[in-house]
Design a protein around this ligand. Structure first.
Ligand code: NAD
Ligand code: MG
Length: 392
């Protein structure tokens, strides 16, 4: 029986993880749950999974949760606030941590879990984008096992030989990593169409059901840019060898092209329960609750190159990734501020890329030598983005 610490349990990945755990309750149990402010769902999760500790980043919500758990005589320790998340991660033993908090908020809890030297299932790509070098160093120094949850990276992992994380991908006959992306809800629209799109339209992804932030990132294709940076770190592959191919049906989740002409692909339904089950059980295979593909009822599988002018975020992310240092953290922070402002209907969709580009010009990046430096540049980028948008 493996015990799980689930960071971000109330989110889309968090809930899918609990579904897989429920279907495999003879293999997994829950030790830790954390969330931001969805108390009602956290109460339900506590009643069902009976973790040892929980944490809520919002202190008021933590208080409400504690009162409710006491009224039900449940012996679950509750931690509160940002610090509470770290305390929860450090307070009990568990075998695996699922890092499924969205955005920079997941960085410190995830790094804290790595220090415990356990298996780390990484959905929170922003944490790796921000702190790549330090993150991978922490994995190596603590002898932790890192398994990707992002469907593309999980697919690539499955298409590579065993234990390919943090090994030099290009030395093992790999010619290219091919990240597939659906192109999001605005693929093949006119450029002008983007001027008036709403958050509801941006979050209405054609194939995947996801949290709001990653849905907007998919619509701008910043998600694919963050994923290129993620692949660069996970598989030690240079950006020149990481291609993006638009594949609107989201059936091929990514591919690896080898020197001998072989291209290996991983296929499946667009359902995150597959990579979650894969990483939980690896190197075994378990039931994920996802049906296999029915080839005779599949639509065509089609491919097209991404349009750089329609998706400027993709280019910005590649440039930031190539520049390295704290540049990806600056890109990520500016994106988080702009996406939040778009979701709050304070700015237009097209202003997301414009803002990020301005912030990248304005905020100087440096060496990502310490966590303090990364957090300092993240903050500078947030302040700058807020200023540009007139929100500070
Ligand atoms: P979501 O918005 O549905 O859930 C986010 C979770 O993080 C929630 O539990 C929320 O309570 C918690 N959270 C948010 N802000 C927080 C804060 N300040 N402090 C502490 N906790 C906080 O997001 P999601 O779609 O589940 O995505 C989670 C991560 O997984 C993201 O990094 C995303 O890029 C990645 N990911 C998601 C998918 C997907 O299909 N949803 C696919 C690949 C990768
Ligand atoms: Mg992905």
């Amino acid at each position: 029986m493996k015990s799980i610490c689930l960071l971000g349990s109330t989110g889309s990945i968090g809930q899918s993880t609990l579904d897989v755990i429920t279907d495999n309750s003879h293999l997994f149990e829950v030790s830790v749950l954390t969330a931001h402010k969805n108390v009602d769902l956290m109460i339900q999760q506590c009643l069902k999974f009976q973790p040892k500790v929980v944490a809520m980043a919002d202190s008021g919500c933590a208080e409400k949760l504690q009162k409710h758990l006491m009224s039900k005589s449940l012996d679950i320790e509750v931690f509160a606030g940002k610090e509470g998340l770290i305390q929860a991660v450090q307070s009990v033993d568990y075998d695996y941590v699922m890092a499924a908090i969205v955005g920079a908020a997941g960085l410190l809890p995830t790094l804290s879990a790595i220090k415990s030297g356990r298996r780390v299932l990484l959905a929170n790509k922003e944490a790796l984008v921000m702190s790549g070098q330090l993150f991978m160093q922490a994995i190596a120094e603590n002898n932790a096992e890192l398994l990707p949850i992002d469907s593309e990276h999980n697919a690539i992992f499955q298409c590579m030989s065993e234990n390919s994380i943090n090994k030099s991908g290009c030395d093992s006959g790999i010619e290219k990593i091919i990240l597939t992306g659906s192109g999001g809800p605005f693929l093949n629209k006119e450029r002008n169409y983007l001027n008036n799109v709403t958050p509801e339209q941006a979050c209405n992804h054609p194939n995947w059901s996801m949290g709001q932030k990653i849905s907007v990132d998919s619509a701008t294709m910043m998600n694919k840019g963050l994923e290129a940076i993620e692949a660069n770190w996970l598989f030690s592959t240079p950006f020149e060898k990481i291609d993006v191919v638009i594949h609107p049906q989201s059936i091929i989740h990514s591919m690896v092209s080898y020197k001998d002409g072989s291209v290996l692909a991983q296929l499946g339904q667009p359902d995150m329960k597959t990579p979650i089950a894969h990483a939980l059980a690896w190197p075994d295979r378990i039931n994920s609750g996802v049906a296999s593909l029915d080839f005779f009822n599949l639509s065509q599988l089609t491919f097209q190159p991404p349009d750089a002018t329609f998706f400027p975020c993709l280019k910005l992310a590649y440039e930031a990734g190539k520049q390295g240092g704290t540049c990806p953290a600056i890109l990520n922070a500016a994106n988080e501020v702009a996406v939040e402002a778009f979701l709050e209907k304070q700015i237009k969709f097209t202003e997301i890329a414009e803002t990020i580009e301005k912030v990248l010009h304005k905020v100087p990046s440096g060496k990502a030598e310490s966590l303090e430096k990364i957090i300092e540049d993240d903050l500078a980028a947030r302040q700058n983005a807020n200023q540009i948008l007139g929100l500070s």
